[in-house]
Design a protein around this ligand. Sequence first.
Ligand code: UDP
Length: 499
Amino acid sequence: MDGSSNHNSNPNPARIILIPFMAQGHMIPMVDMARLLASSGALVTFITTPVNAARIRPIIDHIENSHLPVRFVQLPFPSADAGLPAGCENADLISSPDLFKSFMEALSLFGEQVKLYLTAANSTAVPADCIIFDCLNSWVRAVAKSLDIPHIMFYGPSCFYILCAHLLKKHQVLKSIDDDYEPFKVPELPEPVEVMKAQVMRWMDRPGWEKISEEFYKTEKSAFGVVMNTFEELEKSGLDKFRKEIGKKVWPIGPLSLANKDLDSKVMRGKASSIDTGVLSSWLDSKTPNSVMFVSFGSLSRNPISQLVQIGQGLESASSSQLSFIWVVKEAERSEEVENWLAEFEERTKGRGMVIRGWAPQAMILGHVTVGGFMTHCGWNSTLEAIAAGVVMATWPRFGDQFVNERLVVDVLRIGVAVGAKVPIFYADEMSGKGLVKGEEVRKVVEKVMQGGEEGEERRKRAKELAEKARKAMEEGGSSFENLKRVIQFAEGEKKHFE
Ligand code: UDP
């Protein structure tokens, strides 16, 4: 699967290898990164696995047809060797939380495949000047060191979250807190917000994960620098503080979703859309500006039927003849019972509501002028995609970085309203239905976000201003554009050094 038809005017381009973590929220921004690096003159090798390559086949074809110098390489993923079912090559295919550790083990074994690919005598690999790797791929440290290739870490979450995690570790804060739900302030955070232990505990902090956690920090230490999917104007004080804390280069190069300029590339992100985009466009076009609420909770969080019913009741009872909604119900949430309930729900909300079963073309939906609100789990990609589109948010975090992202959106940027979820729910645990949010809460927050009077208008104005800043950051001369150039220059400099 060699997609390189190099139309690069630079006869000696920087050669960069990208190694994503296999989860939608990590793969999608790295595919965007590949597109951007290649458009800016680098020769990119994107390493993935057969199942993931099949999923992004339309994007691979699209990039190849654009003659961008990105080479997609698929290497076998050793699922079976780590006790995983065959084909379990992406975090959204893990059926139970117990298997998450096996998935991390399979990833380490995958590192051996990558090393072999890069070093075997008959390898077709292009020599690399630099590796950019997802922060969860700690195995890259050993491979890069043994091959003497500089490596740059890609942090997918917000800088706000990464900085919080660093400061909590530095001050050993969590060890001194007994009450999981007692709000406390993160020391030294430039924009002080209150968080709770239960919400900021990472899976890496759990007993049994010490080795993985240790590897993670060793790898961060060994990396030359860090690239982040954010932009200087959005997280200025956090980025400055993080640079001081980490003592190395930190290049914000986002919002990466803005790498997708044409409709086709927006629609293809992640997986093939489960809805005909012509039908979707006509439906959206028939609405008035800012009247549609988009409801979607990323690629991993799952709602049990009890929660789906409450969401449906909230959307149905939100009072406005003008208010419409698009609601994404994931494949993993569907069952006969859910389908029976949905059929009646769709009948009652005909014309005003659309349910997408499976995968929605999120970047396209958020960018439509009639979409005025986004009920989100606060995954960082979704959050930043909403920011880039100037859409205000109803925040409903579930796990990981999401509660901290919520604080950034609601308290610091003031472009969102919290649904009020407090209890973290790790994605595959979710079927137990812990932390249920009532339909009445959903209704209130939908009305507040979509209407909200003067306060609502102010929120919308702030969101639009941030979207404008995001657009400028990615344009020629903008902060993220220039940072991306610096990353490429770094790789070029390394080339001179090694040749
Ligand atoms: N996404 C999408 N369609 C869907 C669900 C998700 O395009 O139906 C994309 C979304 O635009 C984002 C990514 O999947 O780019 C999800 O990443 P995020 O960090 O928001 O959440 P995660 O899935 O990692 O929890």
